[in-house]
Design a protein around this ligand. Structure first.
Ligand code: PMP
Length: 427
């Protein structure tokens, strides 16, 4: 791999990153497995794009059939995009979400949502959580603090602390979040900035995977709406059944978004993303803007997305995610009795966070241990990564088709990696 890394650096330049101390060269994917050129199989518990499993035949077939028939854009009448819109909108029956717009990436979806919010509200202010990631466009990177020092946050952006229950010491996080959002709104106004939107990844995935307490967001959503802003639910990570409860993460919190952004697993690897919006949010934007995005909503991507929705239903993947998520969390929680480094195990469905600490009393983040575990697990053939401000939360989000036996393999590898890391600990 050494020569390949050098060649890649020379060709692709300095902005790309590889995962793991020993980067992985893979040539094939199959279900939950990634396969290297020597035929070694790695259990992929990190890729939430191929949510139905790598190369799922239903999606592969749909793509191949459509690409042989017609690959074109949204300027023609075509059935597939309409069926896709009907199915997606039917998945949110209790809301006023009425329209689907398509993009190629989650970043573009958030960029478009922000444009729509600016037109609807006449404001520019954005409120996001303090380690949020919403994407890479110029506008969206300005409200993606997890990009760190590479990007300056905009003067129109305010950060509020994510709901870190493990560190909350009994505080009511709903009240706290409401107060923080209200203070952010007031501060924007003090600077002459009208709030356009509160944008929230409803599982707080880059903030450290924070599903609790369910419902805590209601006061903050009311506050942004009272202030004339929109509530945008970023479902790029939690969406499409991952939480094991509903199709969408916001449903866990009983809140009504004006816009819901979608991406990642939407095409099981085929690039397709987009947003659902209320008629009210879109009206002004539609009157004044023309929206055409060459590849977004193309017939092939729509066919893939439609196959994804049908497969989630046919294979019962939402309840399956709940079941296997429980197996995974329970098994990891059991390890905590033998491994002092495990501070907290949390998540919803097949999105599991394991917070590693150097001291359970002070709950001090253990970045070293986390990196050790991630790399040792890779060497054992189990692929995952880390997130959160302290880079100390193991991020486990396997394809939804993971079996209980495979969940057992993850737990076993984690057990061994923690044991090895402990004996490798510097004095
Ligand atoms: N929102 C969230 C919550 C994300 O996790 C990501 C991607 N990691 C994005 C938006 C951006 O999506 P994309 O990479 O498809 O542009």
């Amino acid at each position: 791999t050494g020569a390949m890394i050098e060649r890649r650096d020379a060709l692709l330049g300095p902005a790309y990153r590889l995962m793991y101390e020993h980067p992985l060269h893979i040539v094939r994917g199959e279900g939950v497995w990634l396969i290297d050129p020597q035929g070694r199989r790695y259990l992929d518990v990190y890729n939430n794009v191929t949510s139905l499993g790598h190369c799922h035949p239903a999606v592969t077939e749909a793509i191949c059939t459509q690409v042989r028939t017609l690959a074109t854009n949204t300027r023609y009448l075509h059935d597939t995009i309409l069926e896709l819109a009907e199915r997606l909108l039917a998945s949110v029956p209790e809301t006023r979400l009425a329209h689907l717009m398509l993009t190629c990436t989650g970043s573009e979806a958030n960029d478009l949502a922000y444009r729509i919010a600016k037109v609807r509200t006449g404001g520019t202010g954005v409120i996001v959580t303090d380690t949020a990631y919403h994407g890479i466009t110029d506008a969206v990177s300005k409200f993606s603090p997890s990009l760190g020092t590479t990007v300056d946050l905009g003067a129109h952006v305010r950060l509020v602390p994510a709901p870190r229950l493990y560190h909350a010491a009994g505080e009511d996080l709903g009240e706290r979040f409401t107060r923080d959002v209200e203070a952010a709104i007031a501060d924007l106004r003090r600077h002459g900035i009208q709030p356009a939107a509160l944008i929230v990844d409803t599982l707080f995935t880059s903030d450290g995977i924070l599903p609790e307490p369910a419902g805590f967001m209601r006061g903050a959503v009311d506050a942004i709406k009272r202030a004339g802003g929109l509530f945008i639910a970023d479902e790029v990570q939690p969406g499409f059944g991952r939480t094991g409860e509903h199709m969408w993460g916001f449903q866990r919190h009983g809140v009504m978004p004006d816009i819901v952004t979608l991406g990642k697993p939407m095409g099981n690897g085929q690039p397709i993303a987009g947003l659902l919006a209320t008629a009210d949010a879109l009206e002004e934007f539609g009157r004044h803007s023309r929206y055409f995005n060459t590849f977004a909503g193309n017939t092939v991507s729509c066919a893939a997305a439609l196959a994804v929705l049908k497969t989630i239903e046919q294979e019962g993947l939402v309840p399956h995610a709940a079941r296997i998520g429980d197996v995974l969390r329970d098994g990891i929680a059991d390890l905590a009795s033998r491994h002092e480094g495990i501070g907290d195990v949390r998540g919803a469905g097949l999105f599991v966070g394991v917070e590693l600490v150097s001291d359970r009393g002070t709950r001090t983040p253990d970045r070293w241990l986390t990196s050790q575990v991630v790399n040792r697990m890779r060497d054992k053939g189990v692929l995952l990564s880390a997130c959160a401000m302290g880079h100390n939360v193991l991020k486990i989000r396997p394809p939804l088709v993971l079996t209980a036996d495979q969940a057992g393999m993850v737990i076993e590898a984690l057990d061994a990696a923690l044991t090895e890391a402990r004996s490798a600990m510097p004095a």
